[in-house]
Ligand binder design. Structure first.
Ligand SMILES: [Zn+2]
Length: 448
């Protein structure tokens, strides 16, 4: 997803609200008055605790991998309109030495392109959303099979292998683990024992129909029999970003140069989160990262959030934090679960600990210099529900990550990172064929 434009809005003409009848309510009146007066704040109301980072003696990470994705729904002009969604993801490796030679304020586009090694990998697929029929089955079956085939066919099956690696915990030598539990797409009963170790597919113990390992993500839970919502495309994008990132991690983990995986920074655009039914893989991801940490081969991963609650909150408080001048030390602040509930979501009394089922990284604010600040997610391996968790020591490889960050900051957008910008350029809409071509593609298909 692209970086947002400047976030500072011009003053709102709030008094436009004055003509509403509801203004007679004392509650609404107070709300409008507070909104209009906007008292000047002279300190951080969240009392965020920032720590200074000292990079002396810490080795920056040697190579950088970044993953990003995008999707675009396309509608035909016929009645009823046919609709498909194209999804594209990209994984890039960057040469850090070349990246460091680039002028951060006025980057030369050719030098930037040059910093990309030819190890970049792209993946793309297309889903039927509405009124598209294939001759071999329903839309429901089409989506299930496209998910399986897209993961299976590309890159000689490397992404499918990574799905199995995560599902069956293949970082453990001779693992006998079964897959996580998931819902049968046919009878909708829970396959609570998962699939047998190593299986690509199996029979549902309840209805006897074949289920694929790729069904464990639960894409079918988003769909109707004859149509699928646009969110299916964003969910697939998210799953593929995870599979691509962990393909790089997996290959390096099993590489003969055992230090390779630990000397690399892996960057994912967006939070380190898998929501709702897609969260079934989260415990396994945490378990691998914990295993890597205790094996003294820590894996350095960050996710960057460029919009949303955390970004808005950081934007509102960052001016109170050091560094106030360029050249002063970088500062950072790991966010505890209670801070997230209290200050970011403003809902201190929620029942569940923050991120319990869905997050495989914890949140952190970083201010590199007065114009560069960001919301990062950093894994901890094992998750702890405590409200005062995590602290600095829980974030895997934090020191080396922070020692690497300043060389990756681009000044094109507030708090942008070059690797993410480049991955975004490859995965973005602009590199899709134009919408007109996509539409013609749809219409030609329809007339056959
Ligand atoms: Zn079944």
């Amino acid at each position: 997803m692209p970086y947002g434009k400047g976030t500072r809005l011009p003053g709102e003409a709030a008094s436009k609200l004055g003509h509403l009848a509801v203004i007679e309510s004392p509650w609404v009146k107070s709300l409008v008055e507070d909104f209009e007066s906007a008292p000047a704040v002279d300190g951080d109301p969240s009392n965020t605790v920032w720590q200074e980072f000292d990079p002396s003696g810490i080795d920056p990470l040697r190579s950088i991998w970044a993953v990003d994705g995008s999707f675009v729904p396309v509608r035909s002009e016929q009645k009823p309109p046919r609709e498909v969604a194209f999804v594209k993801t990209a994984l890039l490796m960057l040469d850090k030495a070349k990246l460091e030679a680039i002028d951060k304020d006025l980057p030369h586009p050719l030098l930037l392109r040059d910093a990309l090694k030819d190890t970049g990998v792209q993946h793309a697929t297309v889903f039927p959303l509405k009124n598209v029929r294939t001759s071999i089955g329903t839309n429901f079956e089409a989506v299930r099979n496209i998910v399986r085939d897209s993961i299976l066919i590309d890159q000689g099956g490397a992404f499918h292998e990574t799905m199995k690696w995560l599902a069956y915990k293949n970082w453990v030598p001779n693992s006998t683990a079964r897959s996580p539990a998931f819902q049968c797409p046919h009878c909708r009963k829970d396959i609570s024992d998962g699939l047998a170790n190593g299986a690509d597919a199996g029979l549902c113990p309840h209805c006897g129909v074949e289920v694929y390992l790729s069904d464990l993500w639960g894409f079918h839970m988003e769909m109707g029999e004859d149509s699928a919502p646009e969110s299916l495309a964003s969910s697939y994008m998210l799953v593929m970003e995870h599979l691509m990132l962990f393909t790089a991690v997996r290959l390096m983990w099993h590489h003969s140069d055992r230090s390779l995986v630990t000397d690399t920074l892996f960057i994912k655009d967006g939070p380190l989160t898998l929501r709702s039914q897609y969260s079934k893989m989260v415990p396994n991801i945490r378990e691998f990262l914990e295993h890597a940490k205790t094996s003294l081969r820590p894996v350095h991963i960050i996710g960057q959030e460029k919009s949303g609650f955390f970004f808005d909150h950081l934007t509102s408080i960052v001016r109170f934090a050091a560094p106030q001048n360029r050249g002063e030390p970088l500062t950072f602040s790991p966010l505890t679960h209670s801070y997230v509930h209290r200050e970011v979501y403003r809902s201190p009394d929620v029942a569940n600990p923050y991120g319990l089922k869905t997050n495989w990284g914890e949140k952190m604010y970083v201010k590199v210099d007065p114009g560069a600040f960001m919301v990062l997610n950093v894994p901890t391996g094992e998750y702890k529900p405590e409200s005062d968790w995590p602290s600095t020591d829980n974030l895997i490889g934090l020191k080396r990550i922070l020692a690497t960050l300043p060389s990756l900051v681009s000044h094109k957008f507030e708090g942008a990172l070059y690797p993410v910008e480049l991955a975004n350029g490859i995965a973005s809409m602009s590199s899709y064929p134009s919408a007109a071509i996509l539409q013609r593609f749809l219409e030609e298909r329809a007339s056959r």
